[in-house]
Design a protein around this ligand. Structure first.
Ligand code: GUN
Length: 290
């Protein structure tokens, strides 16, 4: 079997075009959606991600403000910037790019972001609303993007066995909640570093979501024939044949395409979806429906 490619670029483009209609309608009411992105330090991958977020804002006519801070920024300095953005009525969305340099307590910064402007959906108020299956919060962009991608690809979830590898609050744990929620209705298992026989558990999955951050860890032998596999991993693997010195690898080995019925590629799968959902959360914040 050669798996069908679940095209995140095409799905993200269709989400962006429906957002465009809402953005145009906001503009007719005199509101221009505005996202503020704060980046601290020089982490190269973070700079690539932030540029991609800015480009998406430009494509859609969303105002974006980028605040670049040096590696030595203190917790207090960053906290003051977040507080200023919280009270700035022209700003609808605030994103503080992760990871922050050592010494800055990332969760304490997240706690300070006004929940209605928390377009990452990382604030405990928004995560609590997710646990309660409420529709008045913001959902973390990556797992939200995975749900949209599965829907767009016509993948039935009801009653299916879904396995999520990874239990980070912003991806794996949130993903498991979204898959198990009423309306999605999958039966969900989380695989993590202490799981016994992870390959056996994964082999039971009709839908497997890999969000572990280890390049090509999920092998073809872990996959039930015909399963749907979503690869959330974006890992830099040294490769001297590339001009930039590395290649991007997912968490899923390429041979999985021989066993799965459908597979999201890296790049071009979940990555563009994360950005599309950030734009969607920013538009929602601008519509003041939160
Ligand atoms: N770093 C990598 N992905 C993300 C994300 O979705 N949000 C934030 N704030 N930082 C990130």
């Amino acid at each position: 079997m050669t798996a069908e490619v679940i095209d995140g670029v095409a799905c993200a483009a269709s989400i962006e075009s429906s957002l465009q209609i809402r953005i145009d309608s906001l503009k007719q009411q005199g509101i221009i959606p505005h996202l503020a992105v704060v980046i601290v330090g020089e982490d190269p991958a973070s700079h690539v991600y932030v540029r991609a977020k800015q480009r998406a804002c430009e494509r859609l006519g969303i105002n974006s403000t980028r605040i670049d801070l040096p590696e030595e920024t203190s917790f207090e300095q960053l906290a003051e910037i977040v507080q200023d953005l919280n009270t700035d009525d022209s700003v609808h969305g605030i994103l503080v790019q992760s990871p922050l340099p050592n010494g800055i307590n990332e969760l304490a910064i997240t706690d300070m972001i006004e929940p209605s402007k928390d377009v990452d959906g990382f604030h405990p108020v928004n995560l609590g609303r997710l646990v309660q299956s409420r529709d008045d919060g913001q959902i973390p962009c990556t797992p939200y993007g995975v749900m949209e991608l599965l829907h767009w690809a016509g993948i039935e979830l009801t009653g299916k066995r879904a396995v999520v590898i990874g239990r980070s609050f912003n991806v794996g744990m949130s993903q498991a909640l979204l898959l198990a929620q009423k309306g999605a209705d999958a039966t969900v298992t989380i695989v993590h570093s202490k799981t016994q026989n992870p390959e056996e558990v994964c082999k039971e999955a009709d839908i497997l979501i890999a969000a572990v951050g280890v390049p090509e860890m999920v092998l073809a032998s872990w996959i039930k024939p015909g399963a749907v596999v979503i690869d959330v991993g974006v890992n830099r693997v040294e490769d001297s044949s590339k001009e930039r010195g590395y290649r991007l690898a997912g968490d899923v080995h390429p041979d999985v395409a021989d066993v799965a019925s459908a597979l999201s590629p890296v790049p071009g799968g979940v990555g563009p979806m994360t950005i599309a959902m950030l734009m969607s959360n920013t538009v929602r914040s601008s519509e003041k429906k939160l």
